[in-house]
Write a protein that binds this ligand. Structure first.
Ligand SMILES: *Cc1c(COP(=O)(O)O)cnc(C)c1O
Length: 351
């Protein structure tokens, strides 16, 4: 083989859920929020001066970090923002996971972790979830080069109580522990309150799900100032101007509308709890979800069959054709009307 070919970095990329195009489809496959962003975002967008785009954006994204610091009552040296939490977590892998020892994350989890570990050539071990899809915290009481897990976990939706999250952090004060809280706003208690107690804790959140702004690509990490400084050093060694100006301005506007945020969350949580009842009655089984999706398998029909039939009818859910996951569908919580159409279709299809 030509030397340049052998020198190519070969990676198997992460596969995002599809973004089908069309008018009347029901999209329950990528855990987006079914409601629009806050009206504050609309207002800020209408008032935005396009002439600003001539200049580079603020590399520190200060309008956004200030809004987040006020919201979470933390210092400006305790927050890092990035282009979606994918960007934040990728930076965190690059910054914190530099040991010869393996990084630990669950076998069933956000599949991007494995992709980053391979991309950055970080050794890793994936302790298995138990048969109920729970993380066994004792699996993380061993030598490691870092730990990351989502809470609630994805794609299962299972929430770990904060006391157990703290146990994992407390047992691993030699490593950086990253808690990926992409879904925490849908019913969990954040570990962000622990960043002053544990200097090895990094809590990552996103605007993509609970704040209805997946298209704006905004994520952030909260942690001890030494961790944040290290993240910034890596970021500024890679690309200083990661977040564009509209995302900074509109993200800050979203954070200031806490009432809308809470109302939207309440609606989704109510729809989710109703979905649990409806799906059980339709013959589905699922771990109890505290996220904006339900990971469900049917007691008779195969998940793939249901997935394809739904897709045929313009209802998109996520199906992972891989061991341990292939009898499940991950169904994002949509509006009540979208969910009604889902139940109507399933009722007929499954009978
Ligand atoms: C959606 C998701 C992310 C990434 O979200 P961004 O859109 O990049 O902010 C990260 N972790 C988990 C577990 C997710 O589900």
């Amino acid at each position: 083989m030509k030397p340049w070919k052998t020198n190519i970095r070969r990676v198997t990329p992460y596969v995002p859920g599809e973004q089908p195009k069309g008018e009347h489809l029901i999209k329950l496959n990528t855990n987006e929020n079914p409601y629009p962003p806050s009206p504050f975002v609309k207002k800020a967008m209408d008032e935005m001066d396009y002439g600003l785009f001539r200049k580079y954006p603020d590399p520190a994204s200060s309008v956004l970090t200030e809004a987040l610091c006020e919201y979470y009552q933390i210092g400006e040296d305790e927050i890092f923002v990035g282009v979606g939490s994918d960007d934040v977590i990728a930076m965190a892998f690059l910054t914190f996971f530099n040991s010869q020892k393996p990084v630990l994350f669950p076998d069933v989890t956000y599949s991007f972790y494995e992709v980053w570990a391979k991309l950055f050539q970080i050794p890793y071990i994936t302790p298995a979830l138990d048969e109920d899809f729970l993380i066994k915290k004792e699996d993380y009481y061993r030598e490691n080069g870092g730990i990351i897990f989502p809470n609630p976990n994805a794609p299962t939706g299972v929430l770990m109580p904060l006391s157990e999250v703290e146990d994992i952090i407390a047992h691993n004060q030699e490593s950086v522990v990253i808690v990926d809280e992409a879904y925490i706003d849908f019913g969990g208690v954040s570990a962000a309150g622990l960043i002053k107690k544990y200097e090895n804790l990094l809590v990552v959140q996103t605007f993509s799900k609970s704040r209805s702004m997946a298209g704006m690509r905004i994520g952030y990490a909260m942690g001890n100032r030494d961790l944040i400084r290290a993240l910034n050093d890596v970021k500024y060694s890679y690309n200083s101007y990661t977040m564009n100006m509209p995302s900074q301005i509109l993200g800050a506007a979203a954070v200031k509308d806490d009432r809308y945020f809470k109302e939207t969350l309440d609606k989704i949580i109510t729809t989710r709890e109703r979905a649990k009842e409806r799906l059980s009655r339709l013959g589905f089984k699922f771990p109890d979800s505290m996220a904006n999706f339900i990971f469900a398998s049917h007691k008779e029909k195969s998940a793939e069959e249901i997935y394809l039939a739904l897709k045929e009818n313009q209802i998109f859910v996520r199906y992972f054709k891989q061991p341990r996951l292939d009898s499940y569908l991950r169904i994002t919580i949509g509006t009540d009307e979208e969910m009604r159409q889902l139940y109507d279709f399933l009722e007929e299809f499954l009978s």
